[in-house]
Design a protein around this ligand. Structure first.
Ligand code: SF4
Length: 472
């Protein structure tokens, strides 16, 4: 059985959590804001840091598991350790004014109701529904709304299974943070495999299904099976590719190795591959430190042995991976393990962006720096890419044209397929962090797609959803 490399974590129950020393399969143990006091290694960071975490975790979601605590975080480097920053709340995830408002309630031990009320008020100031999520129209089949499906791009439908709307741990920068604090407006998940399959059967142009969450890999195999086995139906011959967005490889690799139904899950992948489908595990990996344990590599090996492939993606996040060297090392290691680097995303305009966002100009410098350091097989990663309302827009470069410094941009994916691969130009701006902060270059009033996109938004018959959903 695979054993897990340990990091230095004084005072924790390493043996028990890894569970591999005595032949027992490890059990997932989850800690939330109510259990901060119970996380032993946190104590070495001092009372003040613990207090700050409590304050932030009463506004933004927090959830971490025993594998992350005991095997991924280098506690000797905390709070600067990248995996610590990826999973534990930090004071500057809230702007100083918001932080102070919430801290004041905690200092005077205000009643729970008062804390909850302020938390909701602050959450609404953090742009909980970026890029039109609220305007989404759900698709219909036989006159009935198809719950849990978003269909923005012609070829690809997203499906949110209701049992997969949580994660083994939460990422501090997650753009879906609002759904984890119980924002009912973002509850779009479905338990209905039949309705999904009927919807797909009626759309012969649809070639890709992306199962996403949360993380569908938190689901038991018996709950995943009706959706995935349903795709073997001959009515769904045209659905060629099944993508599964997940961070389980990093946060709980046992899912593919020692969990009770791990073999069944891999058997499911294998059956899909044997039937002629392309199965792609879209692995969310933010830092090479997530890939160092033998259990991670064993999970990768087992997934690949089914014939499924693993494509990797991550946003570029300040304090976690904002360096070309980190990306180059991560991509090199992924290629060595047989994974395919796929996307570098731009951190989104929501939640704790106060702490995590990186300006587009800097993002492009980091992308280029990383690309320069890797061989051709790792240069498959697109980026830096913004999953914005009109589509996925990549910053291709910075150029000087007729004396004007500009960003060269292109749609990697567009609400109108005709926009794809069409270059366009924005004035260079060292501070801009998102598409809506850019202005067209060369004295133009608007970008070429803007009128059409506005018309699409005005047309209630169209699905105006968040392109970012296609990230996971
Ligand atoms: S949805 Fe993805 S980014 Fe968000 S917390 Fe889960 S694993 Fe992290």
């Amino acid at each position: 059985m695979t054993t897990v490399a340990k990091r230095s974590i004084p005072g924790t129950r390493q043996q028990e959590a890894a569970g591999t020393q005595d032949g027992q399969a490890p059990k997932l143990q989850v800690f939330t804001d109510r259990h901060l006091d119970k996380i032993e290694p946190l104590k070495r960071l001092g009372e003040e840091v613990l207090f700050e975490m409590k304050v932030v975790a009463s506004v933004l979601p927090f959830r971490v598991n025993n594998y992350v605590i005991e095997n991924l975080i280098d506690w000797d480097r905390a709070p600067d350790d990248p995996i610590f920053a990826l999973t534990f709340p930090q004071r500057d995830m809230l702007d100083p004014e918001m932080y102070e408002q919430m801290a004041e309630l905690h200092r005077r031990e205000a009643p729970k109701e008062e804390i909850t009320a302020l938390a909701w008020k602050l959450r609404h100031q953090l742009n909980p529904h970026p890029a039109g999520q609220m305007e989404m129209n759900l698709p219909e089949v036989n006159g009935e709304t198809v719950e849990g499906v978003q269909h923005k791009y012609r070829e690809t439908a997203l499906f949110f299974p209701s049992q997969g709307q949580t994660c083994h741990s939460y990422c501090t920068f997650c753009f879906r943070w609002a759904q984890f604090v119980g924002d009912k407006d973002l509850k779009i998940a479905s338990k209905e495999a039949g309705q999904l399959l009927d919807y797909l059967a009626e759309r012969p142009n649809l070639t890709d299904l992306l199962m996403t969450g949360g993380d569908p890999m938190v689901m038991k195999t018996k709950h995943l099976a009706p959706y995935l086995e349903g795709l073997l139906d001959e009515r769904l011959e045209h659905v060629q590719t099944v993508r599964i967005g997940t961070k389980a490889l990093s946060f709980w690799p046992y899912r593919f190795v020692t969990d009770k139904d791990a073999d069944e899950l891999l058997g499911l992948f294998e059956r899909l591959v044997e039937s002629g489908k392309h199965v792609a595990v879209m692995a969310h990996i933010n830092h090479y430190q997530e890939m160092e344990n033998p259990i991670f590599r064993e999970a990768v090996r087992r997934i690949r042995a089914t014939g499924a492939e693993i494509r990797t993606q991550s946003p570029l996040i300040k304090h976690i991976n904002d360096s070309g060297e980190v990306w180059a090392r991560m991509w090199r290691e992924q290629v060595r393990l047989g994974m395919i680097p796929y996307y570098m995303f731009v951190e989104r305009d929501t939640g704790a962006k106060y702490r995590f966002e990186v300006p587009l100009a800097e993002a492009h410098r980091i992308y280029r720096d990383a690309m320069k350091k890797v061989s051709g097989l790792a240069r498959t990663a697109r980026g830096p890419s913004m999953s914005a309302g009109p589509g996925k827009v990549e910053v291709q470069g910075v150029a000087e044209i007729f004396g004007e410094k500009v960003f060269v941009l292109r749609f990697v994916q567009g609400r109108n397929p005709d926009w794809v691969q069409r270059p366009f130009f924005a004035k260079y701006d060292e501070q801009a962090t998102w598409l809506n902060e850019l202005t067209p270059a060369f004295g133009e009033d608007k970008f070429f797609f803007e009128d059409e996109y506005e018309a699409m938004q005005a047309d209630s018959g169209l699905k105006v959803i968040d392109a970012a959903e296609v990230e996971a």
